[in-house]
Design a protein around this ligand. Sequence first.
Ligand SMILES: NC(=O)c1ccc[n+]([C@@H]2O[C@H](COP(=O)([O-])OP(=O)(O)OC[C@H]3O[C@@H](n4cnc5c(N)ncnc54)[C@H](O)[C@@H]3O)[C@@H](O)[C@H]2O)c1
Length: 408
Amino acid sequence: MRTYAVVGAGGRALQMFGIPISRDHGDTARLVGVYDPNPKRARIFSERCGGTPAFDGFDAMLDAARPDAVIVATIDARHHEYVVRALAKGCDVVCEKPLTTDLAKGRAILAERDRTGRDVAVTFNMRFMPYMARVKQLLAAGAIGEVTAVRLEWLLDRSHGADYFRRWHRYRRNSGGLQIHKASHHFDVVDWWLDDAPVRVYATGALRFYGANGPFRSERCTGCPHAARCAFYWDLDASPFDRALYRETEDADGYFRDRCVFAEDIDIEDTLAAQVSYARGATLSYTLCAYAPYEGFRATIDGREGRIECGEFYSGPRAAEPDGVIEVFAPDGARTVHRVPKHGVVHGGGDERLRAMLFGTGPFDDPLGRKADLLDGLRSLSVGDGINRSLRTGRPVRLTDAWDIIEE
Ligand SMILES: NC(=O)c1ccc[n+]([C@@H]2O[C@H](COP(=O)([O-])OP(=O)(O)OC[C@H]3O[C@@H](n4cnc5c(N)ncnc54)[C@H](O)[C@@H]3O)[C@@H](O)[C@H]2O)c1
């Protein structure tokens, strides 16, 4: 039995960790504390997660509850503070992705991990999606030989994509931008598929759809005079979960979950393109669009002995298809089709499989190396931070072995 304390009692903490751990993992995991600067949200976590004690300070929680590990699920820009403080108290850490929002914070985590020798796991649940794992399996088995080039196009739809522009993510100081907050998943999957490390990044991007691009604006959807004609109007009271967790707690910290997606001070990109080079020579061409008509991804992967074409769709007309399809083309033009049944609605079946690894009974069989550690977190962060630097300077950047960025 391992004991866990949780910091950050928002939607992810409840749905990924608090409720399932207290409901399904009683033999192996016990929640011994929760802390959130908003005491109302911490209390909701406590009520819904078997009476987990809520604390009014993080260090006070660690001193009193003495957890084996701390689950960090705060806003991204604060992850590093809690990871470092948890390690310093002798705890292991399960850190939500992204590891943090820039490499300086990442290096602080690495130094504390090295000093204390504790474990830091990063929750890249996308590696646990059966579809992604099947692509990894094919590549690892040499289905197309050595990989030379990947193209990955990621689409966020106008519901999920827009959500990042309503909340804290819309400020770079909180999330690092979607190149870190969201694309950390995507860069990690490519690092994992290729079993290689990114070394160079060049990026372009802009805010082309949300923010000042909108036709009108207000502070938030609640009480908005444009509600009837706005395609992005979102009713915070429609779901009992959101109402309880965000509406009924907003007076304690001013966190409005339904801010206007057309606010003029939004400072992250919704349109991104990046060119990434890997240590062994492969290239990645990546794009992200956060206002697409449907959600999903397409990837094409060229190798010396063939090509993979793949993609999965999470909303829109193709989401209802029962299987995901992966096509493998041989140099002679022969095509092999692999079908991967869709698994689960939440994150393509990744969350439940990740939990089974983190909190399951017995040793976890991991032939594909799905468990992501601190170095994996740093690797995907380095691409996102490299994109931010490249966007600022307009120049390509090199990623160094010392987890730093050098402008070319
Ligand atoms: N792996 C995934 O697929 C996945 C999915 C969703 C969210 N996440 C990650 O989970 C984390 C939380 O996201 P969410 O969607 O639950 O957001 P959320 O807005 O629902 O919750 C964030 C919580 O952090 C708290 N917080 C804010 N500032 C804090 C501080 N200084 N110290 C401690 N807590 C603070 C807020 O009060 C809030 O309760 C993020 O890092 C996000 O990237 C991961």
